[in-house]
Design a protein around this ligand. Sequence first.
Ligand code: UDP
Ligand code: MG
Length: 334
Amino acid sequence: MRPSIQPDQRLISVVVPLYKEESNVRPLIVRLAEVFHRLGQPWEIVFALDPSPDRTREVILELIGEGFPIRLLTFSRRIGKPLSLIAGLDHIAGDACIIIDADLQDPPELIEVMLQKWNEGFQVVIAQRTSRKGESYLYLKAAQAFYRILEKISEVPVPRDTGDFRLLDARVVSEVCKFRERHGFLRGLTAAAGFRTATIPYERDPRHSGRTQISVLGAINIAFDGIVPFSRAPVRMLLVMGLGLVILGLVAGGLWLVSGMLWGFSNIWPIVLLFLFMTGMSGIMLSGMGILGEYLVRTYEEARERPLYIIDTIHEAADLSRPLSANPRTKENP
Ligand code: UDP
Ligand code: MG
């Protein structure tokens, strides 16, 4: 098959976060290699590996031995997908970067379309899911609700139904890597960086093998990280609710006064009303504190200035290009 874009010599880096993916790594790299060989485009892959109890690391070392253009970063502890991705971005050498999951839910063949868009001048190309296979009804509904909320209240434009699967021009990567925000929510960070953005549709496949290691709590954390650092709406909502309650209190008080003056003051319903009001208020106050807490905790976390991640080891194929991380933006580099 003829390549649909002119082969060029610009290097493409592929960043893959991994945790317990021993049976997916090889099929992933085989499919990636097939795509890049067909396109005649130089490429490298940066694996960002959370220490895994299975053989993921060993399989990657075997693949390096077989000559695949791999740079393997391992972390000193499990840091989770969002920060693994940031670490991966810190260690690319390419002119553009593709971010893709290890489980083949994101089809590597879409990279060809991403590169076409990049050649047209788009600096960010985001893959947008038109369908998702192999995921539960409840999970899909929750994800749908999250994307709708995010689209409404985020102060930066995050297209709905998009994950991390995307192409970023090296310029965008270098800007995104300057943010150093602890949540590592790449969808928001990319949108905050800006640049010329295109979206392309795709169908998300089921996992090639294994099962997701992101727990429900982990997914909720990621959802909060998508909203809190990029929106003032939750705090504004508290303000509006507070003002609403003041008005409600005034109206209820007025009604009580007027009805008392017209028909006499009963001492039962004000007590019932007071009880309901106090219960509602306590709920609102506590959840309000929770919302403020989400912002406060993040401020505290940023103020501590801990490193975003600690690299344990870096293994790489002999002939890889020098990563941009020689650049001072990676303080964590050993
Ligand atoms: N992942 C990771 N660290 C973790 C959990 C997951 O690097 O602690 C990687 C995982 O190996 C995969 C990607 O993040 O490449 C997405 O994970 P998963 O498929 O479990 O999430 P889902 O597709 O359900 O969002
Ligand atoms: Mg997955």
